[in-house]
Each structure stands twice: as C-alpha cells, then as structure tokens.
Design a protein around this ligand. Structure first.
Ligand SMILES: Nc1nc2c(ncn2[C@@H]2O[C@@H]3COP(=O)(O)O[C@H]4[C@@H](O)[C@H](n5cnc6c(=O)[nH]c(N)nc65)O[C@@H]4COP(=O)(O)O[C@H]3[C@H]2O)c(=O)[nH]1
Length: 811
C-alpha cells in the first residue's frame, strides 16, 4: 500500500503560512487601522484647537479694521493669516458684506497617500462674526477663511502610512521565518516519515525501520518515530508468530484434507444458499467435477430434475441448518457432469463452518446397488426372452385391474393365448428359432392391443392379454373381447420370417370376462386356461369364451384335486387287473393294471374322471409311480408263487406328463430292481399322443427301458395318427386296437376293414395285436378270423382286484 505523499502546497508548512498570511493581513492590518483611527481623532481635536486660537488672535484686529474701515489693517490681518500654511483663502467683510480685504493662494499640492484617500477630509471653511467691544456687541462684519485640513495633518498621514506598511511587512517576514522553521522542523521530517511508512512492507514490517531524528531531538516527532519503530518490532513479532500458527494450521488442514480426500465416503458441506462450501475428492469425482468447481455450482443443478427430489434435498438442508437436526436420507438422486444418474445414501449433520452453519453431508454411492435392485426387480417382474411382464407382474396388475373394474363398474377381459403345436417348431427347427418366434409373437401381441392393456408371458408358449376397460355392458364387453381375440388370432397367424424361412403358427385363445362372482385372479387365469383348453380339444386355432359349465367343471375339478391329495395319503387307490388272453388257446397271457379310486363317500370313481385332474394338478407323477411300484410288487409276488409264467406281460398305463418326467426312466428301473421283476414281464402302454409330441425323446426313453427288458404297447391304436413311418422307428412290440373299433365290429363294415388292416399291418411289422373291449363271442370270433393274437374285455373278465386276479391265475 503506497500512498502518494502530499505536494508542497498540501504540506502543513504551506497551510500554516497561508493561515499566517491571512491572519497578518486581517488582524495586524485591522488593529493598525484602529490605532490610526484613534490617532486621527486626537490629531483632529488638536487641529480644531489650533483653528480656535487663530480665530481668537485674528478677530480683534479684524474687528477694528472693519470698525474703522482700515483697509491696511485688514490687509495686514489677512496676510497674517495666510502665513499659516494650512489657510489658503481669507476674507474680511464689512457689515454689508463688502470685502474690506481678501487674499488667497492656491492650496499646497501634496502627493496624497492612500490613507488620505480613505479619510477624504479635505477643505473646511470657518467664519467668525466681528464685533467691537463696547458697541453693544453689535456685529460689524465678519471674517472667513478656508482651511486645508490635509495640509494640517500631512505629517500624521505619512507617519501612519509608514507604520501600517511596516507592521504588515514585519509580520510577513515573521510568517516566512515561521514557515521555514516549520518546514525544516516538522514538515520535512513528517514527509520523510510518511514516505518511509509508505515503504514499509505490511508482510514484513520489521525489515524497514523509520530513520530516527538526530540524537539531540527529543520532541514529539522523535517520540512518534521511536514508538512507531517499537510498534513495528512488536507487529513483526506477532506476525511471525501468526505465520507460524498459520503454517501449522495449513499443514494440519492439508493433512485433514488429504485424509478426507482419500476416504471412499463422499463428503461435502452445503450452505443455506444451496452451494457447496466444501467437497472432497470422492464426491467431486463421483459427479465428474473438481472440488473447486463443485463450490461454484448450485446444488439444484447437480440434482436429477424432479420436483420431489430437489424439494427433498433443499428441505433437508434447511432442516439440518435451521433446526440443527441430524438426518438420514435413504436416497438422493444426482446427475453427474456427463449426464449419468447417481443415487446417494446420505447422513446429514449440522456443522459450524467458519462464519455460518452448514449441512455436512456424508454420502455413499448406492447407484450400483440401486441399479442391481432395479434390474433384479425388473427381472423378477419380466420374462427374460420377450421382456414382457411375467406371471408375478401379471398377477399384481390383474389384481389391480379387477379391483378397478369393480370400483368403476366396467368390464375387462383376460385372454389366455397358447401357440398351437409350438413344440413342433422347437423340436424340428431348434430352440433359437422357437425363441425368435416367441419374441415375434410377443411383439405382435403388444402391437395388437392398446397401451393400457397388458401383455404377459406366462410360460413356454402361453401368453396372457388383459384387456382393460372394455365396456360397462357385459354383452358389449364380451363382443369387444371377441373382436380383439380374433384380431390377435389373425396377427399371430401371419407368416413369420426367420432367415428366409417362412414359418406359420396359429393360436388357441381362451377368453374370460371380469369381474365375475369371486374376482380371484388365479381363478380368472384358470378359467381362461380352461376355455383355451377347450379350443385345443376342439382342434385348435379358435377362440372360446369361458362359460358357466366350464366354471362348474373347474370347481368340481378343484374339489377333486383336494380329494386326490388325500386319496394318495390315505391309500384310497388300488390296482385292478384285467386279464389278456390268447385268442387261439384262450390262455391268460398277461394283464393290464388299471387304477381304481375307492372314494370313502362317492364309492369307486372311474379313472376317466380323475386321471385328467391328476394330470393337470401334477399329482400324476406320484400316483403314476405308485402304480408302477404296485404292479411290480404284484408281479414279484405272483412270479415267486409260480403263477406268472415267462412270456406273460403286465401292462401299465403311463400318462404323458409322467412319461416326460425327468426321473421316469430311473424310477422304472429302480422299481424293477427293487422288486426283482422277471425280465420282460413289465409292459408299458403309451399313447400315440405321448410319442408324437417329441418323437426323438420318446424313442430315447423307450430304448433305454427296452434295454432293461421293458416292452411297450401302443394304446388306443387307430384313434390318432397311426403313422407307419414312426411305428417302424419305435421300440414297440404290441398294438392295442381301441375298444371303439371292437364295439361295432359285428355290424360296422368299415370298422371291420380297419381292424383287419391294423392286424395285417401289425403282422407285417412283426408286432403283437391286442384287441380291447371284447364283450361278445361274435367279436371274438371275428378277431379270431383276422388272426388277432390276443384280447381283453368283459367277455372274459373286467378288471378285478388283486386277490380275484390271483385266484384266476391259479385256475
Ligand atoms: N366298455 C368296455 N370297457 C372295457 C372292456 N374291457 C375293459 N374295459 C375298460 O377299458 C379301459 C382300458 O383301459 P385304457 O384304454 O388303457 O384306458 C384307461 C387308461 O387310459 C386310464 N387308466 C387306467 N388306469 C390308469 C393308470 O394306472 N395310469 C394311467 N395313466 N392311466 C390309467 O383310464 C382309462 C380308463 O380305464 P378304465 O375305466 O379302467 O377302463 C379300462 C377298462 O376297464 C369292455 O369289454 N368293454
């Protein structure tokens, strides 16, 4: 800080000189003037007295001259008066006013000084009456003369002028001398002092000291300089101390900063205005700024743009700062410099930071955790292949939609869509093709419905479409659901192009309109499933609405499902055996094990009624295994008793689900080994339906078991595909002609042709033929003519309990 020193004219000396000069002129001149005035008054009075004496001296001779009319005397008086240098005109007049004698001379011209001009008191005229004593004091004339007062006071004036000028000059000299003395003694040292103070470095005040005055000077200035030097020393010392403290502080702050910066926790301090007063490296890095930049950006600009989020952060800051509360914030959403979103979990503490209270925020970056959670949440609610909502989300949404429909009084619909023969695509073209078909179907379904409708993938080739808000009238809602279902059927059946291959697929659609009586989501799905199943039963590629009959059937099925669970636990199942007989010899060549359910209340229930329920509920896996075990056990017993001769076969029915079960092959082998079943005694009846779905897998399963001496019969032959091509590939030893062809054998020619053809074909393929449902001798006779190998049916015996069958064997 360097101040420009004062100029000469701004200096104290000049200022004092200026004041001195003004005082000299004003005070000394005015006081001298007063003195002159007093002197002038005294001089004037003196002059008056002189004039009076002159008149007293001149009037008697002048009166005599007038009285005697003596011109000479008058002239003498006049001349006498003119001898006074200040009288320059005299006249003696008689009583009539005629001049008896008069004389004048020009006034003496003075070089009039300035003072005379100020006084301006020049010529005066005096007149005196002349009277002769003793003549009654009667005036006889008068004498007049003119007087020049300036002339009379001339010496006074010149003396006064001299005094005035001399006084002023003397004082002026005094002022000049004082000015010099001030300048030398005060102003000059002060100017030097000022200059030296200016030169002092505020950071090192002790380095440049003020130059002391000569030793003999012990005045105030010398004391100021010496005191200032002492002060500079003290300041220098305290500065040095302060610098040392500051250095220590800075170092400790630096260490702290390093520690804070190296922490993985994101640390910052925000003030009430929403600015970071401090941000550690981790926080700055996380947001993509430097710690310095962080302090220049308002927190609003770092937050994700959502009113709630911004409000929450600002409100929390205000709470911490104003109310000094400590807060835990589960989630704050920030946006980094590169636009990426960041989720922070934060603990907030009020902190006194320099001159204000701030909110100290300690955060952990939970973005990855949050993203993982969201991803998991997404995965938990979506199907990975099609990204459609999965069953979980479907159920949640459908529950919500049903509630909404009930509340607002309108109808919606659930469409259960199953792709027809999708397995064929998977099996023949491979899973990648199947996957891309599913993705394409998902896309088409989404495009076919409104945004607010829901398309979900249930499993495999099953999709659900929820049509929300169809109509307030049930009929119209149903109509709309039907129209949309038709549209869906149409879009799904459009050719699907896959790597220049044109694929065609149809779908079966089951429709249920909601809300219904109980509005349970799982029921709705089951109803839609049932309706879809009906479509499948009727030949696929159609839509069907769920109706009351179906509902009754479903509820009956549900009741039965519960009963079947109990049946297995309480051993209500038994096996009956129907003998198989050689047509030629009439000997028993084996048996078919048939499942019976002894219901405690309803009595014996037909497997035709409960096997489908076992199948859909999955219970068939347990019950089917039980059947195999039971049959193997009976075989072992009869074999040990010598009742089961070699070459006899025990047929066991296997359901599709059981056949495809992962442990099926091993379970059968285990049972064979456990009961030590004679080789070739166990025969498994499979339907064409089981095989046709996955021919290769079926062949593999059958071949494995065939290697363990298990034979296979093809049940219900003639009702299905009856393709000779796959028959040749299958390890099947027996064909069972369905009883529906045997029933009308005696009077239906076409059945006879069919049965004869099957038998002939079987013989050609070296397969056994068993005719089912032989009830009459006539039927048996016809079969005999056709050279059918064996038969079973009520004609000989229905399926009978184990004991009865054993007795039959014994016979
Ligand atoms: N009208 C008439 N019927 C006759 C005659 N002879 C036998 N039957 C019946 O015809 C059915 C033959 O069994 P299926 O075709 O394999 O058809 C079976 C089979 O598909 C299935 N089934 C039976 N037991 C089991 C089992 O343990 N497991 C599996 N998966 N299915 C079984 O249930 C179906 C029906 O079994 P059932 O009611 O026992 O009915 C049996 C049998 O009682 C006859 O002369 N006239």
């Amino acid at each position: 800080m360097h101040n420009k020193g004062p100029t000469f004219y701004e200096g104290i000396s000049f200022q004092l000189a200026k004041i001195g000069i003004i005082l000299v002129f004003v005070l000394s001149f005015s006081m001298n003037l007063v003195q002159v005035y007093v002197d002038y008054r005294a001089q004037s009075r003196e002059f008056e007295r002189l004039v009076d004496r002159v008149i007293q001296v001149a009037t008697p001779p002048a009166a005599r001259a007038v009285h005697t009319l003596d011109d000479d005397l008058a002239t003498e008086v006049v001349n006498g008066l003119l001898s006074y240098d200040f009288i320059h005109e005299v006249a003696i007049l008689d009583e009539r006013g005629n001049a008896l004698a008069e004389a004048s001379r020009p006034p003496i011209v003075h070089s009039a000084g300035w003072l005379v001009k100020i006084v301006d008191d020049d010529v005066l005229t005096y007149t005196a009456q002349l009277a002769v004593p003793g003549y009654a004091q009667q005036s006889t004339g008068k004498i007049s003369f003119r007087v020049d007062k300036r002339q009379a006071l001339a010496s006074f004036y010149s003396r006064s002028e001299l005094n005035l000028v001399a006084g002023v000059l003397r004082n002026l000299v005094l002022v000049v001398l004082l000015f010099i003395a001030f300048y030398v003694k005060l102003t000059k040292p002060l100017a030097r002092l000022s200059h030296e103070i200016n030169e002092i470095d505020p950071d090192q005040p002790g380095v440049r000291r003020l130059t002391p005055l000569p030793d003999k000077r012990q005045d105030e200035l010398a004391s100021v300089i010496s005191n200032t030097n002492q002060l500079l020393d003290v300041v220098e010392l305290s500065l040095a101390k302060r610098r040392a403290v500051e250095l220590a502080l800075r170092k400790s702050e630096e260490h702290l900063r390093q520690i804070v910066d190296s922490l993985p926790v994101l640390i910052g301090a925000r003030n009430k205005q929403g600015y970071y007063r401090f941000a550690n490296q981790a926080l700055a890095n996380a947001l993509g700024y430097t710690p310095e930049q962080m302090c220049t950006i308002h927190v609003r600009n770092l937050l994700k743009h959502s009113v709630d989020n911004i409000e929450q952060v600002l409100n929390n800051d205000a709470r911490v700062i104003d109310r000094r509360e400590e807060l835990d914030v589960v989630e704050e959403s920030f946006v980094g410099a590169d636009g990426s979103q960041l989720f922070l979990q934060t603990h907030m503490i009020p902190l006194d930071y320099y001159d204000e209270v701030v909110s100290l925020v300690l955060s952990v970056d939970v973005t990855e955790r949050k993203n993982a959670q969201e991803k998991m949440q997404y995965m938990a609610h979506h199907d990975a292949l099609t990204s459609l909502p999965n069953r979980l989300q479907l159920v949640e949404r459908l529950e919500h939609e049903v509630r909404r429909a009930v509340r607002h009084g309108y109808f919606g619909a659930v469409l259960f869509i199953d792709l027809d023969k999708f397995k064929n695509i998977n099996d023949s073209l491979g899973h990648p093709v199947g996957d891309s078909v599913l993705q394409e179907v998902a896309k088409r379904l989404k495009a076919a419905v409104r945004e607010e409708d829901l398309v979900a993938r249930l499993s495999g080739d099953e999709f659900i479409v929820v049509l929300t808000v169809l109509d307030q009238e049930l009929d119209i809602a149903g109509l709309k659901a039907g129209e949309i279902s038709e549209k869906i059927r149409a879009v799904v059946s459009q050719p699907i192009m896959h790597e220049q291959m044109e694929l065609r697929i149809t779908c079966s659609v089951g429709v249920v309109v909601y809300p219904d009586k109980n509005n349970v989501v799982h029921e709705l799905l089951r109803y839609a499933d049932t309706a879809m199943y009906h479509v499948k039963e009727k030949g696929r590629d159609a839509i069907e609405f769920f109706n009351e009959d179906m509902a009754d059937k479903v509820s009956a099925q549900l009741v039965m499902e519960g009963d079947l669970h109990r049946a297995l636990e309480q051993q209500q199942f038994v096996l009956h055996y129907q003998p198989k007989l050689d047509i030629e010899t009439g000997e028993v060549v084996g048996a078919e094990a048939l499942l019976r359910w002894q219901h405690p209340e309803k009595g014996q229930i037909s497997p035709m009624d409960f096997i489908p329920v076992l199948e859909t509920s999955g219970l068939i896996l347990d019950v089917g295994q039980w059947v195999i075990e039971q049959a193997c056990q009976s075989l072992a017993i009869w074999s040990s008793k010598g009742l089961w001769r070699p070459g006899m076969t025990m047929s066991v029915n296997i359901s599709p689900r059981q056949f495809r079960g992962a442990s099926f092959v091993q379970d059968v082998i285990d049972a064979l080994q456990r009961y030590d079943v004679p080789p070739g005694a166990l025969d498994i009846e499979v339907t064409e339906g089981i095989i046709i779905q996955r021919v290769d897998e079926a062949i593999e399963t059958m071949s494995t078991l065939a290697a363990h001496q298990v034979s296979f019969s093809l049940d219900d032959f003639g009702t299905g595909y009856s393709s000779i091509s796959y028959l040749k590939r299958l390890p099947v030893s027996t064909l069972k002609i369905d009883k529906s062809f045997i029933r009308d054998l005696s009077h239906d020619r076409s059945d006879r042709v069919l049965v004869e053809t099957i038998i002939t074909m079987a013989r050609l393929l070296d397969l056994n033929v068993v005719a089912e449902g032989v009830e009459t001798a006539e039927q048996l006779e016809i079969l005999h003519t056709y050279h059918c190998h064996s038969y079973q049916g009520f004609y000989f015996s229905p399926a009978v309990p184990e004991i009865q069958f054993e007795a039959l064997l014994k016979r």
